[in-house]
Ligand binder design. Structure first.
Ligand code: SF4
Ligand code: SF4
Length: 307
């Protein structure tokens, strides 16, 4: 099998993105992730395979979807439509019969060549702006063979690439994927491993070790991105520790992006009917973001709010 034929799962491709690396970019969102961040703004990436999305607010309870489902996954109970996620195969048969457009399938399989064709359509914008293609997710390292194939195809076709990653994988995997990209956008969520585990489901030891190795062993530029989640990682102590780590381990030239939490992902949790409580908090105030930014500036780090 050649690079072109490698296949993987993608849940979105966004064109004209300006927050995922330099210039105008196309961001390819890969499905699957090894972390379970409580505030995740792309919960559709939790599942590798395509998944039914159902908007209860749009549903008019016409019942057309019940007989359309070959798996008998749809039922009407206590006045509401229910989708049995154990039975649903995301076949999509219920979508065309729904007059309210309340149903859709998130994600699909792509070959690396299909991704290349899609992202190539904006080549002229990359060239004019210093932009390119960003692989994001989900977690790019969750589908390392597919990610590597897409990155190599982009490189062969003179498209600049960036990878956004949480770095939560074995070093061998991190190295095999990232050595094919031009820039790494590395998420740093919490410096305390126990707190990191509470918020994301995994400790941070491997993540920090991998981050230290990227500039040293791969010689690829890194931008550190810190999602600022009020009540989770926005204490001055954690931000000071983050700044110290970046300064000592990566160097003062390393750019840092502080990304304020937003609530755009909350509705997605409901539409995907994911289990567990939906995490919600208020976005951080501008003043609070400014105070955190100053901590990095006092450490002579090149920091900005936003990506
Ligand atoms: S996607 Fe297919 S299996 Fe799932 S509820 Fe709709 S018709 Fe049934
Ligand atoms: S077909 Fe659409 S509108 Fe009708 S019950 Fe099913 S989800 Fe609701």
């Amino acid at each position: 099998m050649g690079l072109n034929d490698e296949a993987g799962y993608v849940f979105d491709i966004q064109h004209f993105s300006i927050h995922d690396g330099p210039g105008i970019r196309t961001t390819v969102f890969l499905s699957g992730c090894s972390l379970r961040c409580r505030w995740c703004q792309n919960p559709e990436s939790y599942h590798l395979r395509p998944r039914l999305s159902f908007c209860a607010e749009k549903c008019t309870k016409c019942m057309a979807c019940l007989p359309a489902c070959p798996e008998k996954a749809v039922s009407f109970e206590n006045g509401v439509i229910r989708n049995n996620r154990e039975l649903c195969t995301a076949c999509g048969a219920c979508i065309p019969v729904c007059p309210a457009e309340a149903r859709s399938i998130i994600g699909r399989e792509y070959t690396a060549e299909e991704v290349l064709k899609d992202v190539e359509s904006d080549r002229v914008f990359y060239e004019g702006s210093g932009g390119g293609v960003t692989l994001s997710g989900g977690e790019v390292l969750f589908q390392p063979v597919f990610s590597t194939a897409v990155l190599k195809l982009c490189r062969e076709n003179n498209l600049s690439t960036a990878v956004e990653t949480t770095g939560n994988a074995a070093w061998q995997t991190v190295r095999d994927v990232l050595e094919n990209t031009d820039l790494v956008l590395y998420d740093l969520k919490h410096m305390n491993s126990a707190e990191h585990k509470k918020g994301t489901g995994a400790g941070n030891e491997r993540i920090l070790e991998n981050l230290k190795k990227i500039p040293k062993e791969l010689n690829i530029p890194v931008i550190v991105r810190i999602p600022v989640i009020p009540g989770f990682n926005d204490s001055e102590e954690n931000i000071r520790n983050s700044a110290g780590f970046i300064l000592n381990e990566l160097g003062p030239e390393t750019p840092v992006n502080l990304l304020p939490y937003h609530r755009f992902g909350v509705g997605k949790w409901e539409q995907l009917e994911m289990s567990g409580p939906v995490f919600e908090t208020e976005p951080p105030e501008d003043e609070a973001m400014q105070r955190l930014k100053e901590i990095f500036e006092k450490n002579n780090l090149n920091v900005q709010i936003g990506g």
